[in-house]
Structures are given as C-alpha cells and as structure tokens.
Design a protein around this ligand. Structure first.
Ligand code: CA
Length: 226
C-alpha cells in the first residue's frame, strides 16, 4: 500500500512517515503543493494524506487533480482546529475523510485503513472482454498481462462499455452515465468523442484491438466487429 504524504512541517511529516512505515505502508513525502502535484503526475498511490495549509497553495486544490487522474485513490485531509469550512470544502471536492490537528497517530492509521478498506470493497468483480480485463475491486485495467493506465473518465467509460457489450450506446447515454446531472442537455457532446478517442488510442497502443465502433450519427457499440 503506497501513500503520498503532503505536509510542509517536516518534523511532523517525518513522524507520520515513520509511524505509517512501522505499520507496513510505503510512504512518499511532498513538502509543498508543487512537489505533490509533480508526484501525483508521475506515480499512483493507494491513498493521499493532505495538509490543507501548504506554503505555495491550498491542499484542497489537489483533490480535484487526484480525482481526475486516479481511478480509486483514497483521500484524507488534515485541517487546522476549528477550520470547519475547510472540512466541508474538502469533503465536497471529493475527500473521503478528514482529521483535525493535533491528532493521535493511531487515529491517523485507523482513518487511513478505513479509507483503503472502503475503496477496495466498494466493488469486487472482474470483467473480461477478449484480452481486456477490468479488476473493479482494484480499479485496474489489463490488456493481457499489461496494466493500462487510464484517467478516471476513461476508466468509467470503459467500464460502461464492458457492462454493455454489443449494444448501441448513444452519446447522450454515455454523457448522462459519466457526468450525470452535471451535463447541460444543450451541449453537443463533443467531449464524449474526445474521451472515446483517447481511450481507444490507449487500448490499441497497449496491444488491444479497437472494440469501440462508431455508429455514424447514432452512437457507439463495444464489440469485436463493427
Ligand atoms: Ca501546513
């Protein structure tokens, strides 16, 4: 289990790191917003612990970045005492839980374990289509033995297709499924096309076949042949 710890107080960060490592976690540290962002771009983590008050930005702004990039990373925010609005903002933006400073280290471990458990048990199933496989418990996609790294939207899109093979899915179906109430019905759904294009490219580049077929003017079908 790999954890990214974003905390600018180096003494506190080292303490937490040691405690987590004693508990068997692999810990990476970032002491500011820029470093955290860089690491999140390069590596995948099972959970991220974020101190809200960072010298070069608000830890809150890391949450949407993580939610966009990673399919299933747990997020625990650490807030100053009495910063109620930070907690609310953090949870609204997609954090799983929060911890108020000062906290007992055992409490931190308990929260981290609870978040990881929730993420792993939220679904558990393996979907297979030819050499394409999704482990929904781990939110991992494989082409043969190879792991396919997808954005959250691409992952959701692929999952939707895998649940509905050989069926015509309209752009409206897809947009509604992936964006829910957030989409404007008046939109022309070009963004759906862009996500599909990227997903298709990643699958083909990793050695898969093109299973996503455009049905001109109607939508898309996920199948072996068009
Ligand atoms: Ca701080």
């Amino acid at each position: 289990m790999k954890i990214l710890l974003v905390e600018d107080n180096s003494r506190l960060s080292d303490d937490i790191r040691q405690f987590l490592e004693e508990d068997g976690f692999i810990v990476a540290q970032a002491e500011n917003f820029a470093l955290a962002r860089e690491k999140l771009d390069l590596y995948q983590y099972d959970a991220v612990i974020i101190d809200i008050g960072l010298p070069d930005g608000s830890g809150l702004d890391l949450i949407p970045l993580i939610r966009e990039m990673e399919s299933d990373t747990g997020i625990l925010i650490v807030t100053a005492r009495n910063a109620v609005e930070d907690k609310v903002a953090g949870l609204n933006r997609g954090a799983d839980d929060y911890l108020t400073k000062p906290f007992h280290k055992a409490e931190l471990i308990a929260r981290v374990r609870s978040i990881l458990r929730r993420h792993k048990s939220s679904r558990n199933n393996v979907l297979q289509f030819n050499n394409l496989q999704i482990d929904t418990a781990a939110s991992q996609v494989y082409i043969g033995e190879k792991t396919l790294k997808l954005t959250r939207k691409e992952y959701d899109l692929l999952l939707y297709f895998m649940y509905n093979p050989n069926r015509l899915l309209t752009k409206e179906n897809i947009a509604e499924h992936l964006w829910g109430d957030h989409i404007d019905q008046a939109d022309n759904f070009d963004f759906v096309y862009n996500h599909i294009k990227n997903l298709r490219k990643k699958i083909v580049n990793a050695g898969g076949e093109n299973y996503i077929h455009a049905m001109y003017g109607m939508g898309y079908k996920f199948s072996e042949t068009s």
